[in-house]
Design a binder for this molecule. Structure first.
Ligand code: HEC
Ligand code: HEC
Length: 316
């Protein structure tokens, strides 16, 4: 206001001048809002959606939330996920206001991924890999939300999970979280390269390699001493191999190029194609990443502590 007052005018009791300057100012603000912020918001929205799409692919959100087996609509839920604790159905995460997440605020969305908690305060089951997504930054989560909210809203009610007693009690998840869940983003490790840190972020927070390659205890908590050392009880009961750099039981004999090629094309060093859920991870996720992001994951995985663990499937 000061700038609009002539110096010879009294400093107080000049209602007309003040009223006019407020008018001038507010119309200035009004027009600058129209001229500047409106197009800028639209532009930054588009950029956020684009960034969000990349994170969405890297994080494999599509698979569990689309019933592709039964040709269900994209992201509208219903995909059955078999676990030792029962069958879970990925919910509708389209922006539908009643059946999807269309009414969620930014804070609701961040709470779901960071803390595994619904807007009503219920605890999610860790089949939803928030145990990994918690490590994402707020910015990445909000880009992800921008992308999801730009997808078509689909009217499709959620299917209730079919969980074995007593695992279905959501409140028990609080105890589970206290034992097995640390919320919060990943810290940058000083002394490691930028690409190593990028690889750690992609592998741990987004691509959640450990959700399948780290064995779990009988309560479904990750056994951190065996990080990435493989499990017989992988997704859909498949074996997920040891991918630590152990030379005899892991992938220690693979070259960096071998691993980069697998993550890009699904081709194994001995010429076979990888199958099952890993094929999906590559098709939707790592195969769509930039080469430098794939190389970052390779650098990180090859630098993990080698763990000797031989997985022998029981004879049928
Ligand atoms: C391995 C399967 C899986 C993956 C991968 C996955 N989700 Fe989910 N998600 C689930 C399941 C199952 C639930 C339901 C959990 C529950 O009911 O406790 C869920 C719940 C949610 C919810 C809460 C929905 C609601 O109505 O309360 C949101 C939001 C969500 N997921 C978003 C995502 C996003 C974003 C990604 C990718 C970053 C993702 N999910 C990846 C399986 C998955
Ligand atoms: C949804 C579960 C899942 C996720 C997530 C996942 N994997 Fe896998 N991965 C598997 C399964 C299952 C196999 C075995 C596939 C087969 O037998 O053909 C596998 C195989 C592999 C192999 C081949 C190892 C060998 O000895 O044959 C490598 C390497 C690998 N994964 C690395 C990764 C990396 C790196 C990530 C994270 C970017 C990752 N995986 C994420 C389930 C997963």
């Amino acid at each position: 206001m000061v700038t609009y007052r002539k110096t010879d005018e009294p400093t107080n009791g000049a209602p007309m001048t003040r009223a006019r300057s407020i008018q001038v100012l507010s119309s200035l603000i009004f027009f600058s809002l129209i001229l500047l912020s409106a197009p800028r918001t639209a532009m930054s929205d588009e950029a956020a959606i684009k960034r969000g799409e990349y994170i969405f692919n890297s994080s494999g959100c599509l698979g569990c939330h689309t019933d592709s087996k039964n040709k269900g609509p994209r992201l509208a839920g219903g995909r059955a996920i078999e676990t030792p604790f029962g069958t879970f159905f990925g919910p509708n995460i389209t922006p539908h206001k009643e059946h999807g997440i269309g009414t969620w605020s930014d804070a609701d969305f961040i709470r779901a991924l960071r803390d595994g908690k619904s807007p009503k305060g219920q605890h999610y089951f860790p089949v939803f890999p928030y145990t990994s997504f918690t490590k994402m930054t707020d910015e990445d989560m909000l880009d992800l939300k921008a992308y999801l909210f730009a997808q078509p809203a689909i009217e499709r009610p959620n299917k209730p999970h079919e969980i074995k007693f007593p695992f279905g009690w959501r409140f028990l998840m609080l105890g589970w979280k206290i034992l097995f869940f640390d919320s919060g983003t990943i810290e940058k490790i000083e002394g490691k390269s930028d690409s190593w840190n990028r690889g750690a972020y992609l592998a741990e927070a987004q691509a959640h390699c450990g959700e399948c390659h780290t064995p779990r205890n009988i309560f479904g908590g990750a056994r951190s001493a065996l990080k990435y050392a493989g499990t017989l009880d992988g997704p859909d009961g498949d074996l997920a191999p040891n991918i630590t750099p152990d030379k005899s039981t892991g992938i220690g004999k693979w070259s960096a190029d071998d691993l980069a090629k697998l993550l890009s094309t699904g081709e194994l060093p001995w010429g076979d194609e990888v199958s099952g859920s890993m094929a999906e991870v590559i098709e939707e996720g790592t195969g769509r990443m930039t080469e430098s992001d794939r190389r970052a994951i390779v650098e990180y995985v090859r630098d993990l502590p080698p763990v000797e663990q031989k997985l022998v499937p029981p004879k049928k």
